[in-house]
Design a protein around this ligand. Structure first.
Ligand code: PLP
Length: 496
């Protein structure tokens, strides 16, 4: 084995991208780390969000850099341009979407991931085994057996797409995969509630089903999929000569956080021989709470389950996961064996079954490290207690809304999403209420004290709070209600 001692000299005839001076980059790296932790520690002292000024936008229209610049100067620019005008999701009063805040230790995990820079695709190297172990921990958390398979993705959209490909290939007995859609001439149909996330339609389009053949099944007054309507739709399609192949249920719908009747859907899918996929982007994690066990009982009966780690697990973007009950079916949909990637008996090309056999992607970053570190650092009990806290905070907000005569609740609060609207007694006209509430949302952002989003429920524009924020405290929701009431009065006066 040859080992070389680094003599600190750079050969200028053979350029590399390493620094001329390692001491300088080490010092700058330490400074960056200090600044990032300082930014996290002092997050409450800043507005949640600030609009990006023209000065910043204009400064970005530079020509392609031909000659390099000093990293110190680049970093000074980043501190000036990027830090103050970030999205705001680090802040305890950021609730527009189910987007995690990140954690301080995951900053270090991402640093290590880039430092090690392992491509977790194939081979005998430690990152592959850490990825495998992390997936096994997630299977345990979600009640999937150790025989099941899994894969990390960039997010739930990608995990859902991966699941639909497996469902399609399983149903069509690999014909589409091998021969193309034109050979499998029958029209596949997918079922999901009207409240399902838009990425399911997009995935159906990509796998060749067509958006028109995604049946949007009506929901009940709790925004949960109506199973009798689902059954009717399946039967009607069968009679019309179409081929129902998959149902997507959701644990935690995007608008209101509703949980579809998982067990009933699962039984129906068994009876009709359909693939049952669950989109549990954020909601799957309630499986950790005894109070939700009954509601999500049946989650592990699904053929596949997707969820994000960058939502309620608070990790930096982008990391999602797909678990598949039948590893063989998962592998059949993606397995490929080019000569240049042949697995060998020994050497670096040995190791676990390559991940590209379970994934759309080939080269991929070592996504699992931050999950592995977070689970070891915090333990699953602490993560569950944060999830429980967020749900309790939403109940607290719900009670505050119910106690106030100028705001009204617009949907049941089944998990971590609260939908409500400003409702001045003098105003009953729906169109006007929609305009007022839209204006309130925009003004809340501009004031910078709280950030919410919106949903449209039954034609009504509502203010939506989605809480996966491990930094939020109860008092933050007091501030939210005060802000809505104060902003509401201002908007009312503008509109009257
Ligand atoms: C229920 C649901 N499914 C899917 C997604 C898409 O997830 P991602 O943005 O990680 O692709 C979301 C995003 O919020 C979601 O709420």
């Amino acid at each position: 084995m040859i080992t070389e001692k680094h003599n600190g000299q750079k050969n200028l005839d053979e350029p590399s991208l390493d620094p001329d001076n390692w001491s300088d980059i080490k010092a700058l790296g330490h400074k960056m780390l200090d600044d990032v932790f300082q930014m996290l520690e002092s997050v409450r002292e800043r507005p949640v969000w600030k609009s990006t000024p023209n000065r910043v936008k204009q400064s970005l229209y530079n020509d392609l850099p031909v000659k390099g610049e000093s990293l110190t100067d680049i970093y000074a620019g980043i501190k000036d341009l990027l830090f103050p005008y970030a999205k705001g999701n680090l802040h305890p009063r950021f609730w527009p979407w189910v987007q995690g805040n990140g954690t301080p230790s995951s900053v270090l995990a991402d640093l290590l991931t880039s430092g090690i820079n392992a491509d977790v695709c194939t081979g005998d190297h430690a990152a592959m085994y850490i990825e495998e172990q992390t997936l096994n921990w997630l299977k345990t958390m979600m009640g999937f057996s150790s025989e099941s398979s899994g894969v990390f993705t960039s997010g739930t959209s990608m995990a859902n797409l991966t699941a639909l490909l497996i469902a399609r290939d399983n149903y069509t007995n690999q014909i589409v995969r091998k021969e193309g859609l034109h050979v499998y001439q029958k029209q596949l149909v997918l079922y999901a509630s009207t409240e399902t996330h838009s990425c399911i339609s997009k995935a159906a389009d990509i796998v060749g089903i067509g958006r028109r053949f995604v049946r949007n099944i009506p929901v009940n007054h709790q925004y949960e999929l109506d199973v009798s309507e689902l059954e009717k739709a399946i039967e009607s399609d069968k009679k019309a000569g179409l081929e129902p192949f998959c149902v997507v249920g959701t644990i935690g719908t995007v608008n209101t956080g509703a949980i579809d009747p998982i067990k009933e859907i699962s039984h129906l899918c068994k009876e009709k021989n359909l693939w049952f996929h669950i989109d549990g982007a954020f909601g799957a994690f309630v499986n950790l709470l005894p109070s939700y066990k009954e509601k999500v009982d049946g989650m592990s009966l699904a053929d596949s389950l997707s969820f994000d780690l960058h939502k309620w697990m608070s990790l930096p973007f982008g990391i999602g996961c797909l678990l598949v009950k039948d590893k063989k079916k998962h592998r059949q949909a993606f397995a490929i064996q080019p000569d240049y990637l042949q697995v060998h008996a020994r050497g670096m090309m040995a190791g676990p079954d390559p991940i590209y056999n379970y994934s759309i992607e080939m080269t991929r970053s070592f996504r699992a490290l931050k999950v592995w570190m977070l689970l070891r650092e915090q333990g699953v009990d602490k993560i569950a207690s944060v999830i429980e806290k967020n749900i309790e905070q939403c109940q607290y907000l719900k009670r505050k809304i119910e106690d106030c005569d100028r705001i009204e609740l617009m949907a049941p609060v089944s998990m971590n999403i609260v939908c409500f609207r400003y409702f001045p007694k003098s105003m009953k006209e729906e169109k006007q209420l929609n305009r007022i509430n839209k204006e309130i949302v925009m003004m809340l952002h501009e004031r910078g004290n709280v950030v919410t989003s919106q949903a449209v429920l039954g034609g009504n524009y509502v203010i939506r709070v989605a809480n996966v924020n491990h930094r939020s405290c109860k008092s933050d929701f007091d501030i939210l209600v005060s802000e809505v009431l104060e902003t509401g009065l201002i908007v009312e006066s503008i509109f009257s």
